[in-house]
Ligand binder design. Structure first.
Ligand code: SAM
Length: 270
């Protein structure tokens, strides 16, 4: 997050148009909205005092701090070692204690089986590779990590309402397939995630959360520029993705960066 904010301090030219940097006040607006988005999800988890909590897929200090504040003893498991190292620095800098950071794949976790009371993920599933099978392997790995009677809770974006972000996720998923030949689970209908949880868990409950706008996110996305993976494609394919990206940017300029609805699902480990 801070990296993004620092990045924004520069003037950016995107698609021939200048994207003015966010002012301090605008950055505060954006941050405020992000905190309320995070709180809205974490509040569904309830009181975490005395619980061993696994945060699976992601190391955002905002989420980690929120879990610690709710009383959890938190382990975060993230695939990308670079993100783990950056999070370690951010937690130190912000004085957030009580989080164990682990680098690894959630499907082959370097963690003791049945060592958590709650496994929680936020925004992980749409980024999983291996499509439906990847999502099943992930949920069954989480089941093995949680003590019988413990809980698994996940939230992720769904395509229930049209949104620019859903289009961006599709573009990134197509790019991923083009480069690595792997299908992502992606952003799909809520029923798919509910069925997935029902296959592995008992007492499944879910809740749809309406899109949560983040003020000024449109300018942040525009200023970040096209996904850098486009540069790794052969020229003809790169041109195709570049056109899609430019169309997406025009849409963002017209209607803003509209956000998807989120589905929260939780259930008990048998
Ligand atoms: C959209 S982000 C999650 C945002 C989240 N709120 C956070 O705290 O960062 C998804 C994260 O899941 C990670 N991820 C994707 N596949 C994974 C896997 N198989 N095992 C562990 N982490 C994974 C990605 O590297 C990325 O950091």
């Amino acid at each position: 997050m801070l990296a993004t904010i620092t990045f924004m301090a520069r003037e950016i030219i995107q698609g021939g148009q200048e994207v003015p940097p966010l002012t301090r006040r605008e950055l505060e607006d954006y941050h405020e909205d992000l905190i309320s988005f995070c709180d809205r999800h974490l509040s569904l988890l309830g009181d975490l005092r005395g619980l061993d909590v696994l945060y699976a897929g992601g190391v955002s200090p905002l989420w980690l701090e929120g879990l610690v504040e709710r009383g959890g003893s938190v382990t975060a498991l993230e695939l990308d070692l670079g993100r783990v190292l950056a999070a370690r620095e951010a937690l130190l800098r912000d004085g957030i204690e009580g989080v164990r950071l682990v680098a690894g794949d959630v499907r082959e976790p370097p963690l003791e089986p049945e060592s958590f009371d709650l496994a929680y993920s936020s925004g992980l599933f749409h980024e999983l590779d291996g499509g439906e099978r990847g999502a099943e392997e992930t949920l069954s790995a989480l089941v093995r990590l949680v003590r019988p009677g413990g809980r698994i809770a996940t939230d992720d974006f769904v395509d229930r309402v049209p949104a620019v972000q859903v289009e961006e996720e599709r573009l990134r998923a197509d790019l991923h397939r083009e480069l690595r030949g792997e299908t992502l689970y992606g952003v799909g209908p809520p029923e798919r995630l509910i069925r997935l949880h029902e296959r592995f868990l008992g007492d499944v409950r879910w809740r749809m959360l309406p899109p949560h706008p983040l003020r000024h996110l449109d300018r942040l996305v525009l200023s970040e520029g096209e996904p850098e993976e486009i540069l790794r494609l052969p020229p003809r394919n790169a041109a195709r993705f570049r056109r899609r990206w430019e169309e997406l940017c025009s849409r963002i300029r017209r209607e803003g960066y509209t956000r998807p609805a989120t589905l929260y699902v939780e259930g008990r480990v048998p």
